[in-house]
Each structure stands twice: as C-alpha cells, then as structure tokens.
Design a protein around this ligand. Structure first.
Ligand code: URA
Length: 230
C-alpha cells in the first residue's frame, strides 16, 4: 500500500496532511525517515509518525503442517482441538489458514500472517491445482475419470465444477487434481457417483508439496524459495 494511503487509513490525517507529514520528515519506515509519500509500504514494515507506532511491522511467517485426522481447520473451536493447538510458535494467534481441510482429512495445510500471500493461493481465479489421495468404500471405475473431467453440477451453488483430473491407483484408491475448492468438494464429487470417501489426504497446493519428512501433526517453516513460488 502507498505510504500516504496507509497514514490516512491508520493515522490522524487526511491524504494531504499525510503527504505533508512525510515531506516534513515526521514519518519513519523501518527506522528510517522517508520523504516520498508514494513509496509502497508492506504490512511487515514498521511505520512510525512522530515516534508513535502506526504499524508494528511484525515479520511475515509461513508454515506447512501435516494435518492429522480429528483436528479442526480453524484457529479456535469450542469443541475440538484445532490445528493451532499443534503449533508451538510465538504469537500463533496472528496466523490464519490458507485453505481448509475437513475434520478427518489429512495432509498439507498452510498457515501464515501474510494475507496477500494466502489470497494469491486461495482466490478462485488463481486456478492453482490441489492434489488429493482419495480412498473410497466402493470400487472406483474408469467411468469416474470421464465424469470428473466433464464437471459435475452442484445444485446448492448452481454451478458446474471445473474439469478435474482423476488417476486410478487401485480398485478403491485414486489421485484427484482440482483447480478449485468448493465446500466438501471431493466428498461431494464421489457422492454423486454414490461412493463414499473413507480417507482423504492433500498432497499439494499449487507448487507447494507436503514435505514427506513431516509426519501427521508435524510442521515446519516454509523456505524462502517455497514462499516465492506463490
Ligand atoms: N474436499 C473435501 O471433501 N474435503 C476436504 O477436506 C478437502 C476437499
């Protein structure tokens, strides 16, 4: 965001006063006096006006977690343990989830305090592929591949799902690649074909893959390279 906009939004100024405050050397970004009110400022830079902190500029943080079963994809839940309960990191309540998984679904879950980054990952227009391992009650036949590739009508949302790619791995076991994330989408797609999903595991979101070294319930910070992929 532009510095003058940020000052007008969070400070005691209108835009004109904000520009004047910058021009007269009253504003510091990351500890340095800034004279250009049009300068872009990120949410992770400290901004001070006449020594008063407007934005504390805590650093951006990104984690991948191997979500286990029996755990809610939420930051608080009155009844169940949440994925945040699994994290032992400072200020974890400042984190949010970049996409959710159902209570008994396992696999890749991403947490961050960077809203722009998580929006790029989850906004519908991004069409990032999400890959899932699916285990079902009844056999999966080659017919499923055509049905999922054509798309299925979801009456509740009044839409047809985007083409999805299914790869059969066994009689009751497949890999499904989706480019969207509707509510309970995988279970509803198999439900259309009267087959119940008994196990679901997310392997990847776009270019980010679940680290095979992470067991269920374990997590790690993303590397700088992984963060840049989104
Ligand atoms: N689709 C589902 O049905 N459940 C999930 O957790 C993720 C995708």
């Amino acid at each position: 965001m532009r510095l003058d906009r940020l000052l007008a939004l969070h400070g005691p100024f209108n835009r004109r006063e904000a520009r004047l405050a910058v021009a007269t050397g009253q504003v510091q970004v990351a500890g340095h006096v800034v004279r250009n009110a049009e300068q872009a400022v990120s949410a992770f830079e400290r901004v001070e006006v006449r020594g008063q902190v407007l934005q504390n500029g805590k650093p951006a943080r990104y984690y991948m977690l191997h979500k286990p079963t029996g755990c809610a994809s939420a930051t608080t839940d009155p009844r169940h343990r949440t994925v945040l309960d699994l994290l032992a990191v400072p200020d974890k309540h400042e984190l949010h989830l970049a996409g959710r998984l159902d209570y008994n679904t396992t696999g890749l879950l991403l947490l961050t305090n960077d809203g722009q980054w998580s929006r790029r990952l989850t906004q519908p227009g991004s069409k990032l592929a999400k890959r899932y391992r699916v285990y079902t009650e009844a056999p999966i036949t080659p017919h499923y591949e055509q049905v999922f590739a054509r798309g299925l009508y979801f009456a509740y949302e009044n839409l047809t799902t985007q083409p999805a790619h299914l790869t059969l791995l066994g009689s009751h076991h497949a890999e499904l690649c989706l480019v969207e994330g509707r509510y309970h989408q995988v279970k509803r797609m198999f439900g259309h074909l009267r087959n119940r999903v008994v196990g679901l595991h997310r392997l990847s979101m776009g270019p980010l893959q679940l680290d095979p070294a992470l067991g269920p319930g374990h997590y790690r910070a993303l590397t700088a390279e992984e963060i840049k992929l989104i």
